[in-house]
Each structure stands twice: as structure tokens, then as C-alpha cells.
Design a protein around this ligand. Structure first.
Ligand code: PXP
Length: 242
């Protein structure tokens, strides 16, 4: 069964809307863990638009499950990751003007720079995952540069408007999932996953982790974070058999 990483960036986004100290993403991480989160995911952006250095530090000190830091390959951020030593770093593309991470990292294009970052982080005992689109060349390049895992961008599936487009996106995910496993990579999935669309993805054998943020934090407004995580965990586990 795949594990569930809860992305808490959106809690910090609400805090930043008022430049105040609530809601606290570190508190959110504790609540998510009480709801059964297997991992806590946060994105320390260069512009610190939501998660800040204080959050990263406290998350490192308090999170007792897997801590996954999403990050760009910018030198300043890599240095912070080396010092912080989260369990896993997920390398993502980052543009200042985007609302959230859009699309995957181009590992084929930035192969040499990414290989150097993977080496530095691996030396610190950090598992490295590359957030990529489900494209065979990107999967192969991720294995070539020494990544331990890939996180397949599920955005195309999540945003598909027709069942045909959804099916095509699922097929692409399945092919990259299989290729990743053949190459010895752990395969994660994330972006745009919701309570409504997680079913077919969770039913695909082979995914070892899903990272989900917006949908869980949105539901938490109504039912609380602990309960929202509990509900998503049940969906990730899939229907009970027998
Ligand atoms: N995985 C990665 C690499 C991401 O960048 C994001 C968005 O921050 C997510 C997962 C979570 O996406 P969402 O908020 O749409 O669930």
C-alpha cells in the first residue's frame, strides 16, 4: 500500500495572507501525523512565499514520520537542505510567477546540474526524488543521475476534462511507473490529487507514495486536519477486499 505524504504548504499560505503567526504549519504537521500521515511534505521556496526558515527548522525538530522537503536546485536552497537533512528531498522546478509547481523538472535538460545536487544530498544520507512528467526519457534520466525515486506529476490526469483524456493520462502514468520500477526507482505520485480522483491512481499497483496538499487542507477547513487526513488515508488504501 502506498504511503501518504501530506503537503502543509497551504496552511502557511493562509498564514501569509495576513502576515501573522496563524495557522501554524508546524502545528498542522502534528495534526496530520495524528490523522495517520506517513510523511510531511513542505516546499521551501526561494521567495519564502509560504514556508519559511523557522518552519523548516521546527519541522525537522518535531516531525516523527518521514520528512520530505520539496526544493529547487538553487545553490542557496541546496545548502539549507544539506544542513537540515530531511529524510527525502524532492527536486522540483520553481518559477516565481507560478501559483504552484507546474509540470515536472526537466532532468534531461539539466542532467549535469541535477546529478551534482543528487550527489551532494545523497552524501548526507538524504533520499532524492525527482518530480517529473510521466515521459520515458525523463524517467531514464532520473535513474541515470542517481535519484532514488521519482514523483510522477499527476496534473495531466487531474486536469483532464474528458474520460478519454483521463484514460490516456492514466496510461502514460502506468507506463512510466513500470519503467521506473524496472530501473530500480521508487515511484511516487502527486499534484492535483483529490478525494474524488485518487481512486484510479490508488488502484494502480506500484506507487509507493502520494503527496497531497490542496485537497486535504481544503477539506480540513470543514472537518479538521486530523479527520481530513484519516479520510484520504482510507482512500489511498483502496476499497477493502473480502
Ligand atoms: N508534489 C509536488 C512535487 C508538488 O509540488 C505539489 C504541490 O506543492 C504536490 C505534490 C501537492 O499538490 P497538491 O497541492 O495539488 O495536492
Amino acid at each position: 500500500m502506498a504511503s501518504l505524504g501530506v503537503n502543509i504548504d497551504h496552511v502557511a499560505t493562509v498564514r501569509q495572507a495576513r502576515r501573522t503567526n496563524e495557522p501554524d504549519p508546524v502545528w498542522a504537521a502534528a495534526e496530520a501525523q495524528l490523522g495517520g500521515a506517513d510523511g510531511i511534505t513542505f516546499h521551501l521556496r526561494e521567495d519564502r512565499r509560504h514556508i519559511n526558515d523557522r518552519d523548516a527548522e521546527l519541522l525537522k525538530q518535531t516531525v516523527t514520520c518521514k520528512l520530505n522537503m520539496e526544493m529547487s536546485i538553487a545553490p542557496g536552497i541546496v545548502k539549507i537542505a544539506e544542513r537540515l537533512q530531511p529524510d527525502q528531498c524532492t527536486l522540483v522546478p520553481e518559477r516565481r510567477e507560478e501559483l504552484t509547481t507546474e509540470g515536472g523538472l526537466d532532468v534531461v535538460r539539466f542532467r549535469r546540474r541535477i546529478a551534482a545536487v543528487v550527489e551532494r544530498l545523497s552524501r548526507r544520507g538524504i533520499e532524492v526524488s525527482a518530480f517529473i512528467e510521466p515521459i520515458p526519457d525523463q524517467v531514464r534520466a532520473s535513474a541515470d543521475v542517481g535519484c532514488h525515486a521519482i514523483e510522477l506529476w499527476t496534473g495531466e490526469y487531474a486536469h483532464a476534462r474528458t474520460s478519454r483524456a483521463r484514460k490516456a493520462a492514466l496510461n502514460r502514468l502506468a507506463a512510466s511507473l513500470e519503467l521506473g520500477q524496472e530501473l530500480g526507482l521508487l515511484v511516487h505520485g502527486g499534484h492535483g490529487l483529490t478525494y474524488n480522483n485518487i481512486g484510479p491512481i490508488a488502484a494502480m499497483p506500484g506507487f509507493s507514495e502520494f503527496n497531497i496538499g490542496h485537497s486535504i487542507v481544503s477539506r480540513a477547513v470543514f472537518v479538521g486536519l486530523r479527520e481530513a487526513v484519516r479520510e484520504m488515508k482510507a482512500l489511498v488504501a483502496g476499497p477493502r477486499r473480502g
